[in-house]
Design a protein around this ligand. Structure first.
Ligand code: GLN
Length: 555
């Protein structure tokens, strides 16, 4: 069947959960036997989110093929289990940089280069290109209708509808219906204005998803249908849910997927089964016990900064049938406080990825605490680098051990820096070279790389195999020169690149669960299949919590 395109736009405010709605719809369509692909079109001018501060923009999600993308691609992957690709996230910045490079090459043959048609054509090529003949391509447009930078994107998707015909394209507009406490009423006026804005640029939505914090009365939905020129059955309530895993079923019960198929005059290829989602919701909402995990990080301003990570912890909780309470600890507090007070009541400690020197002392203190008190520890990327620095400082007594990321002073030990700037590695058979002056954007060791695991190690136990691939995003790498001396203290480099040159996993023998990895396993965790290290980590936390309870005499 020819590919159908579903465009998801937003109105009134941002942060409406368009990404989750798109991911949920894709998962429902999959459940009905269709193949899907999800894409995100971001109108901002950064070439990609790789150089953006996660405090401002949320996590940077890394794909298998090494793209640094918007965090919504994480939702897409987790809900559909379809791995996203570089070509699934485009920004205005990338469009313009391609356009300007073409212009310099003379590709426009002397023509005047304009937003319409040149920018819009590139956007259309992106939307319809690099497809695998999926039944549905769902494209979410970032931001809200009316944003200046969004205009070329809306114009491009309008043209796609015109060119492919309305039976192959569906426009779904997601808006907010706010509750006005003083009037005790939900208000649909902002939705009406937002649809008016959309129609003024030539897009008549086929469906409207109303986000609200409470039940929307039927007469309000009727009003939206009438004023926005949309069939009543296509006005769908999308109410706040207590967990994201409820969203697919909730939207299904509202008739979302059914109405989408009706629009395309398609019949479901198979009966939709929601049992797996239901099982996850039950496990998530009614677990048998809880564990407390300290997340010692630096980017603390919004919950989205470590989105995949907190989701992976939830997946591991679902698998272990416990609630995972995350205690966000800003690593910088240890600079004035000691680790003990902050960490005394947690069952496990996780140091996630990060950049720059700020907070490093606190993260090192957290490693010392976990190592010495035998508390389960999981270090990710930066969390592995600080773990090795900590062990070289405290076990090998190289007090100035550090990373070249933190500038001077450098480790004076003849073995050199503990963590050094990586200048060469191989990706898909091609040698990659970097220097310290290389551009910051898109130049890290990015995407999926293989790793060989030592037999009999903790890593082997959790993965159940010795050959894995994981996604990377870092510029620095640990120096093997300290390996032999660390080994005397039970520290094992249990995972390395297949050619043996890059250390990927480190662990401590005799510690109940101490594992640190150079890659980002959180990107591959799924609600239906928790990542093995996360699952093992939460299991270890659970065992510790149980042991502590026993000690305290709690039945
Ligand atoms: N800043 C470190 C590096 O670039 C770690 C990066 C990360 O944690 N993702 O190597």
């Amino acid at each position: 069947m020819p590919t159908r395109y579903i465009f998801i736009t937003g109105g009134v405010v941002s942060s409406l959960g368009k990404g989750l709605s798109a991911a949920s719809l894709a998962s429902l369509l999959q459940g009905r036997g269709f193949s899907v692909r999800l894409r995100k079109l971001d109108p901002y001018l950064n070439v990609d989110p790789g150089t953006m501060n996660p405090n401002q923009h949320g996590e940077v999600f890394v794909t298998e093929d090494g793209a640094e993308t918007d965090l919504d691609l994480g939702h897409y992957e987790r809900f559909t289990n379809v791995n996203a690709k570089k070509s699934d996230n485009i920004t205005a910045g990338r469009i313009y940089s391609t356009l300007l490079a073409n212009e310099r090459k003379g590709s426009y043959l002397g023509g005047t280069v304009q937003v319409i048609p040149h920018v819009t054509n590139l956007i259309k090529e992106f939307v319809t290109g690099d497809n695998n003949k999926e039944d549905f391509v769902l494209c979410e447009i970032g931001g809200t209708v009316g944003d200046i930078e969004g205009l070329p994107f809306f114009e491009a998707i309008r043209q796609v509808g015109y060119e492919l015909g309305r039976d192959r394209v569906l426009y779904c507009h997601v808006t907010l219906v706010p509750y006005i406490a003083a009037a005790k009423e939900l208000k649909t006026k902002p939705t009406q204005h937002s649809v008016k804005e959309l129609r003024s640029i030539g897009i008549q939505p086929d469906m409207i998803l109303l986000r609200a914090d409470r039940e929307i009365p039927a007469n309000e939905k009727k009003k939206v249908a009438l004023f926005c020129n949309v069939p009543e059955a296509n006005v769908i309530s999308a109410l706040d849910a207590s967990s994201i895993y409820k969203v697919p079923k909730n939207l299904h019960l509202e008739g979302f997927d059914e109405r989408v198929l009706a629009h395309f005059k398609l019949k479901s290829k198979k009966e939709l089964e929601l049992k797996e989602w239901e099982r996850i919701v039950t496990r998530f909402e009614r677990p048998n016990g809880e564990v407390n995990v300290a997340l010692v990080g630096k980017y603390m301003s919004v919950g989205d900064t470590y989105k995949s990570l907190t989701e992976a912890l939830d997946h591991a909780g679902i698998e272990n049938n416990v609630r995972v309470n995350v205690h966000w600890i800003d690593a910088r507090v240890f600079e004035s406080d000691d680790a003990e007070k902050k960490l005394a009541h947690v069952d496990a400690i996780l140091v996630p990825g990060g950049f720059g020197e700020a907070g490093v002392r606190g993260k090192i203190a957290a490693v010392t605490y976990a190592r010495e008190n035998k508390i389960p520890y999981f270090g990710i990327c930066y969390g592995m680098q600080v773990a090795v620095i900590e062990m070289v400082r405290n076990l090998l007594k190289v007090k100035d051990a550090t990373s070249s990321e933190f500038g001077t002073p450098h480790t004076k030990d003849p073995r050199g820096q503990v963590v050094g700037l990586m200048t060469e590695w191989e990706k898909d058979g091609v040698k990659q070279k970097r220097t310290k002056d290389t551009d910051m954007g898109g130049t890290m060791r990015l995407g999926s790389f293989p790793c060989t695991i030592k037999s009999g190690s903790l890593a082997h136990k959790v993965y159940g195999e010795t050959h894995i691939t994981e996604r990377h995003r870092h510029r620095y790498e640990i120096n093997f020169a300290y390996e032999a001396d660390l080994a005397k203290h039970g520290v094992v480099f249990s995972g390395r690149s297949p050619d043996g040159t890059l250390p990927e996993i480190v662990e401590i023998k005799g510690h109940p669960f101490f594992i640190a990895v150079q890659f980002h396993p959180e990107f591959k965790s799924r609600p239906f299949a928790a990542h093995p290290i996360f699952a093992g980590f939460v299991k270890a936390a659970k065992e510790r919590a149980k042991a502590q309870d026993k000690e305290a005499g709690v039945a």
